[in-house]
Design a protein around this ligand. Structure first.
Ligand code: SF4
Ligand code: SF4
Length: 92
């Protein structure tokens, strides 16, 4: 018996995962590796999964490490790219 499930896209102000469609072979290893299950495999040879819940990404990089073709890149949020320093070191 075949089961059908429905998933509803939940938008976010960030899009953490980007796919290079030229490199993707549609294996969906990234979707299987994602521990938060935000990637939904879609039918179609050579197509990357859909990012259904971008706001739930942990930026763990598991999908990037699992991808055999290097088709995935992560875009970390601005706050994670910032370097916080002690105000005392600024001489104020
Ligand atoms: S970085 Fe981690 S949580 Fe985000 S999509 Fe990849 S595997 Fe999933
Ligand atoms: S693991 Fe890489 S090649 Fe496979 S579907 Fe994901 S992005 Fe495409």
């Amino acid at each position: 018996m075949k089961a059908t499930y429905e998933a509803v896209f939940v938008g976010s102000s960030v899009m953490p995962v980007h796919f290079d469609t030229e490199k993707c072979i549609g294996c969906h290893r990234c979707a299987n590796a994602c521990q938060t299950d935000i990637l939904l495999p879609i039918d179609g040879k050579g197509k990357p999964p859909t990012v259904m819940y971008p706001g739930e990404c942990w930026y763990c990089g598991a999908c990037v490490m699992e991808c055999p073709t290097g088709a995935i890149s992560l875009s970390h949020p601005l706050m994670n790219r910032a370097r916080f320093i002690n105000a005392d070191s600024l001489g104020k």
